[in-house]
Design a protein around this ligand. Structure first.
Ligand code: NI
Length: 170
């Protein structure tokens, strides 16, 4: 498996919508395995395909992270089928490193997708995992978590990002 380069928000691929996956071929399987490795390496909760430069309609998520375990699963052509409640919590993104903001999300979601073997799967999630699903769905729509905030807050976060980038170079 290969650790892939995670693109940051300045890369236009982050604005691309995921193209539906028609065929789970070897290239898709290899991509998701590499995305597992990349997520673990980056200590992330999930990763969408366009974050590694491949705008396919799929993401991976670590369902074990809250238990301090790893249980990485792939959701292909996912659809959120139910959303309930609201929760404010801090959120970050591997494509906007070192920047965090409070984002309002549904507390509870149900999602359906196809797994890497081509089987239908459904997940129900609450709190942190529900947030992770919503965050990854945003990526598949070419959206980023800070798009859910007002322009003033987003501009502030962009300035923070630029400052952090400078610090990392120095
Ligand atoms: Ni993200």
């Amino acid at each position: 498996m290969t650790i892939l380069t995670i693109k940051n928000w300045l890369d236009p691929v982050l604005r691309k919508k995921g193209a539906p996956v028609e065929n789970i071929d070897e290239a898709i399987v290899k991509l998701t395995e590499d995305m597992f490795e990349t997520t673990l390496d980056a200590k992330g909760a999930g990763l969408a395909a366009n974050q590694v430069g491949m705008a396919h309609n799929l993401f991976v998520v670590d369902m074990g992270i809250q238990k301090g375990e790893h249980d990485l699963v792939t959701l292909i052509n996912p659809v959120i089928t139910a959303m309930e409640g609201e929760e404010l919590a801090e959120e970050g993104c591997l494509s906007i490193p070192e920047v965090f903001a409070t984002v309002k999300r549904a507390l509870h979601v149900e999602i359906k997708a196809i797994d890497i073997n081509g089987n239908d799967v459904r997940y129900e999630a609450e709190g942190f995992m529900a947030r992770a699903f919503q965050h990854e769905m945003d990526h598949l729509n070419g959206s980023l978590f800070w798009d859910n905030l007002g322009k003033a807050r987003r501009d502030l976060l962009k300035r923070k990002f630029k400052k952090k980038q400078k610090e990392m170079v120095e």
